[in-house]
Design a binder for this molecule. Sequence first.
Ligand code: GLU
Length: 470
Amino acid sequence: MTLTTRFAPSPTGYLHVGGARTALYSWLYAKKNGGDFILRIEDTDLERSTQASVDAIMDGMNWLNLEWTHGPYFQTERFDRYNEAIEQLLASGNAYRCYSTSEEVDAMREEAKAKGEIEKYNGLWRDRTDHPADKPFVIRFKNPLEGDVIIQDMVKGDIAISNEQLDDLIIARSDGTPTYNLTVVVDDWDMKVSHVVRGDDHVSNTPKQINILRALGADVPQYAHIPMILGDDGKRLSKRHGAVGVMQYRDDGFLPEALLNYLVRLGWSHGDQEIFSREEMIELFDLKDCNRAPSGFNTDKLIWVNQHYMKTMDPAYVAKHLAWHMADQGINTDNGPALADVVKIQADRVKTLKEMADISRYFYEDFTELDAKAVKKHLRPVVKEPMMLVKDKLAALTDWSPEPIHAAIKDTAVELALGMGKVGMPLRVAATGGGNSPSLDITLALLDQSKVIERIEHALVVVEARIAAG
Ligand code: GLU
């Protein structure tokens, strides 16, 4: 039998990091075992589900490259099947029509509470057959009255819940629509899901689902409930903590590999190893090695992982993601150095691709504004002479590559008996517009020779103005 996992988001918002981690763990476990991974959109809550959220979830899955083998299935397309299952439960005596009004049910709960008992529906209609003809009803599952349900959770270990604790839950509302626990059960059954990997906010649903599965005569899957993710303040991760949507991480300049690597470690470990390639994750991941305690989200660590991937992945690959950010920042990269060359020299200077795009603008765009601080510090009247000399030397080069460029700067410094920095810094400000850049010879080599000369001339105008101003 094929091992099958699924990711079953409700499309009521974007794909957040908690969901992405659940999807990743499900995907990894299927991959590792040569199994199938299903994407199922649980869109039965018509009021809260939106197409925009479906799209956002798909975008997130695609960006992370978590490809599914089956689906996406949509629960709203499966109502006939849910009704069939409800009919089956009614026919087998495992479900019943309940005519109690919500006020009556509230009163039952109050009464139970007053007696110090578990607040639940009291089973009034459980065995009645005197059904009124024209009154609305819901359909309730006939939960077993005795015994325990044991969840053999792959992460949390065995969890026992007494059936006495469990309500006769509603499986069809008065308008006939099926409820969450029923749809999940029917889908997991029909889709032959062997392993349910999901957030531990669902632990309380699991015994109900197990009971319904048994009543339907379905196999009970294995469960793995993953502890939640907390923000750095120890509270459940939410919008308050900043970015939580996966695509926001793309927008903020993270590589998908970095986010995946960060997420796999957020709740799972393999010794003290921090960096895992996709292949390694697949090979080493196991649900039973997941942490039992909640994990805390740590942006600094995510940045560290991102830096690692920007520096070590194939520059041509990183360049594809950088291209997105260049376009996002309105930088046209049609003319200028190959982005992969930019990645090679900028990767160890930034935290994110967004920053990388920002500090690489000068390779593709001309500028007239120079960084004011850098001008004040480095474009003083005294730099006129070295700037003019280095300009001539650079203009005379027939081989526009780092070595001769370096020699031209060095010769200028030697001829004028100046330190390298006294030539290099004004030149850097002229060529890049600011005081920060990778090694000057490589930076200049990536720019056109004529462009560099033009920029030196522009900087000289600024120096002249300062001289004139006294
Ligand atoms: N649709 C549920 C959610 O988004 C998940 C259900 C499940 O994984 O069983 O929370």
